[in-house]
Ligand binder design. Structure first.
Ligand SMILES: [Zn+2]
Length: 155
């Protein structure tokens, strides 16, 4: 693939590692004729350039048709696929944890901010993806995203 006409500041379609969709990205760095880094115009993250992928629907159709019964590692149901996606997201978040990050134990009475790392007694370590209203947080755990209560006064 050649991108000779593309340079930093141009918009391209690329796979977003965070949104997990093919979206418009702004080119940050080009080496030779290859796009190296892009900025997602949807979620605002900077990451390596990955070429656009086909839609999830067509991928699913293909995998259903070509599914082999012998491969035990391949996720078989949509629940399995969702679980492996969740684990992938969690792995990414854990690998992005800056050195020296304080992982706070989860307490319903505490307040939290997006991108904080917490330790939940049941679900383990997670990263807060979103603060929902004044007393809920959406957290990515290894087994998937959960909405937890927070900022509640003890009764
Ligand atoms: Zn994105």
């Amino acid at each position: 693939m050649s991108f000779s006409s593309i340079g930093p500041g141009d918009d391209v379609e690329a796979w977003c590692t965070r949104c997990r969709m093919t979206l418009n990205h702004r080119v940050i760095a080009v080496v030779g004729c290859d796009i190296k880094r892009v900025h997602c115009l949807t979620c605002g993250s900077d990451h390596k350039y990955y070429p656009p992928r086909g839609s999830a629907a067509s991928n699913e159709k293909t995998s259903r048709v070509t599914k082999t019964s012998g491969d035990v590692k391949a996720p078989k149901t949509s629940a399995d696929r969702a679980a492996s996606r969740a684990r992938g997201e969690w792995n990414t978040f854990m690998s992005q944890m800056p050195p020296g990050t304080v992982v706070r134990p989860y307490k319903i009475t505490e307040s939290y901010a997006a991108a904080e790392y917490i330790d939940h007694p049941l679900f383990g370590r997670g990263r807060i993806v979103e603060v929902v209203g004044s007393d809920k947080i959406e957290v990515a755990f290894e087994e998937g995203r959960k909405v937890l209560l927070c900022n509640r006064k003890p009764t």
